[in-house]
Design a protein around this ligand. Sequence first.
Ligand code: FAD
Length: 481
Amino acid sequence: MTVLSSAMRHAFLAHCRIVLGDSHVYTSAADMAPFLTDWRGRHTGLAMAVLRPGSVQQVADVVRACARWSIPMVPQGGNTGLVLGGVPDGSGAAVVLSLARLNSIRETDALNRTMTVDAGCILQQIQDEAAAHDCLFPLSLASEGSCTIGGNLSSNAGGTAVLRYGNARELCLGLEVVTPQGDIWNGLRGLRKDNTGYDLRDLYIGAEGTLGIITGAVLKLYPQPKASVTALAAMESPSDALRLLALMQDYCGASLTGFELMSAFCLELVATQFPQLPRPFSDAQHGPSHGQFVLLELSSSESEAHGVGLLERAIGAALEQGAIKDAVVAASVAQSLGLWQLREHIPLAQAKAGKNIKHDISLPVSSIPAFIERTAPLLQQAFPGCQLVCFGHLGDGNLHFNVAPPAGISNEAFLENQDAVNRVVHDSVAAFSGSISAEHGIGALKREELARYKSPLELNLMRAIKTALDPQGIMNPGKIL
Ligand SMILES: Cc1cc2nc3c(=O)[nH]c(=O)nc-3n(C[C@H](O)[C@H](O)[C@H](O)COP(=O)(O)OP(=O)(O)OC[C@H]3O[C@@H](n4cnc5c(N)ncnc54)[C@H](O)[C@@H]3O)c2cc1C
């Protein structure tokens, strides 16, 4: 990496001020602070400056300046990422390039069912705009009020509706990208079919800002469902949850839009930390027959009555076949929100209870019960008394498999076992042909883990792509590879 003399640094910042205006080049510690620490507060980096371009041309101009002076860039959207991808390292050599000011909806084409947006649009803004056109943009995450579509695409975000609509990748038809040399690639095509060679769009999606800066996107819209209905089902084991999934898919087909697994321990944690939230089953009902819970969501393109009828028939069959022991169907929007709050408060309850060792893993759906049955005892053997906080998007094969300390051991002391805990969990994931990152990405946090579990050939192919597109190595260096 080139070490800039103070004169070069001065010249670079002066150039940025001319391009962006003084008020959009932050260099004071106070102005830069919110951009330097990650959402979980695990890491605080340093930066030469935070640059806040307000147009695609300004992005290209400052990127060209970075290329000229070989200055590393860290693209940042809402800074809600969970793997330290959007914050700089401790060297202070990089600039953070915030896309937050690029936040216009450029066009909505309801007939083509597409929306063209700036990369800095907040996800919720896009959902609301789609709804205003009686359409649905189905990407949905607990961070949707803060994360940006550029960050969603760069991390190929998942969320709660992947089962029906796919990851962010499946929801994007076209991209506009500023390359590490400062050129603007306009790939904003609203086409469902386009077989014209290598798919550059797919390269940039999930690249976590290491190949270029996404400045715009064409997103896919869907018809707005007429109604969504929600239920919570209780069962003994993850195997029962898998039986329920198959049954629900048989009965409801594409209407099944959510299938979230939560262990009884997760719901107890939520009840302890947030006693004001509903408890759908009485204490007397809890016990071994209620070891696991599944939050189900069905979307109906006909009516609420149709959705409820479908859900009740499927639940009736699941009870009859012994896949579940009990279920409650939300009778109102408020009850449905209450059930979703239980799911969404699990990460918040964990945060309140103290830091734990997190894993965002992906497995073939059919292997999930066997994975849990094999891995939970291995963890107990190695770390007696440790507590498993296991929940996730079962329908997508995605588990959040988090490990909290045994009673009486502080969270900080337990975190020292992070590498050893990761080894148990990730070795087991690899044995089941799974992935060590389902939806959060690699960033800087999981880079060493990626190097351990990807084949040398796959890593070399990835490095070749990185070198071809970013030969100077200035685009979010130290992330992924
Ligand atoms: C409460 C909470 C719940 C979450 N739930 C989920 C979930 O269910 N599913 C899920 O997948 N994730 C989830 N996340 C993680 C996070 O919200 C998503 O990864 C989100 O997509 C990140 O968007 P962002 O704009 O905040 O990106 P940032 O955090 O700013 O950046 C993320 C990565 O993308 C890069 N980047 C950002 N913008 C651009 C751009 N325009 N061009 C190129 N690179 C860019 C950054 O360099 C970084 O590597 C959650 C996070 C929180 C805090």
